[in-house]
Design a binder for this molecule. Structure first.
Ligand code: NAP
Length: 250
């Protein structure tokens, strides 16, 4: 079994028991970072980090999810299509978190032939009537952003049972902070960028409450390191120093 098949099998086994009873989709967080944890040089700038095989893995992962979500910051920086091009498989539903409707009409996501992009925006955002997008209005959180809990419930109601979250940093941090991540698949490229970090302040003050990845698996794909595993948010206490970091594969 090659690495892609291994990760696919693992991911499907993780989410099978989850999907049936849950009020929200199974969430896989997946992005590429440098060795020092940067996803780009600075926010708003694109930076290609993954090698070709890792890029193919990203497209493979996209094909395994019902939906794919990014923040508007990523749309403005990268102008992504969020579809499956470097793998054979179905396109996920593209979804953008955009509380203040900053989506540019010329963005490639506004002109997809296969699927209309869903925009998760706030109740009072001003959106054009003739938009080529499906506008979904949701309550805001205390920061004026879209409430992630409400967003996930609505996505589930619309048939999204599995969601891949690709970034950027504010969105990654938001999902982790709200404990809304089930699995992570991260590409670590052998570069040192010293730039904009994937994960910001998570607001955890108690070290035993820090999210952990267990079991964790690793392998190499081309020059990149791939790490994947289940994310747990164990805030019930316990001895953090005695924990077993789980098996390391590869
Ligand atoms: N290496 C990688 O794998 C990778 C992947 C993706 C992106 N990137 C890079 O990351 C950078 C963009 O990251 P970013 O942190 O600036 O932007 P981002 O996370 O893509 O988008 C953040 C924006 O999403 C909107 N939003 C709405 N509800 C939110 C919520 N509940 N939580 C968080 N955000 C919410 C907010 O804008 P509004 O309030 O206006 O709605 C917020 O400013 C780009 O430079 C891109 O190239 C790298």
């Amino acid at each position: 079994m090659n690495l892609n098949q291994q990760i696919e099998r693992w991911l499907l086994s993780q989410r099978a028991p989850f999907t049936a009873g849950s009020e929200r989709p199974f969430v896989t967080l997946s992005y590429a970072q440098s060795w020092d944890g940067s996803i780009t040089l600075q926010s708003g700038e694109p930076l290609a980090l993954s090698g070709e095989p890792a890029l193919q893995l990203t497209h493979h992962l996209r094909s395994l999810h019902d939906g794919i979500l990014v923040g508007i910051g990523t749309v403005l920086a990268d102008d992504p299509r969020l579809n499956v091009r470097q793998w054979r498989g179905p396109d996920p539903q593209p979804i953008v978190l955009d509380a203040h409707f900053r989506m540019p009409p010329g963005a490639r996501l506004c002109h997809l032939s296969e699927k209309r992009c869903w925009i998760l925006t706030s109740a009072d955002a001003v959106c054009p009537d003739d938009s080529a997008l499906d506008i979904i209005r949701l309550p805001g959180d205390s920061d004026g952003r879209v409430s992630l809990h409400d967003a996930l419930r609505e996505l589930k109601r619309r048939g999204i049972n599995s969601l891949m979250v690709e970034g950027g940093a504010k969105v990654i941090t938001g999902f982790l902070k709200q404990k809304l991540v089930d699995a992570m698949v991260v590409t670590i490229a052998p570069r040192l960028v010293g730039g904009y970090k994937a994960v910001g302040d998570l607001g955890f003050v108690d070290r035993v409450a820090l999210p952990r990845i267990s079991p964790v698996f690793t392998d190499k794909l081309g020059d990149d390191l791939i790490m994947w595993g289940q994310v747990t948010f164990d805030d019930t206490g316990g001895d953090d120093t005695s924990r077993d970091d789980g098996e390391v594969n590869g």
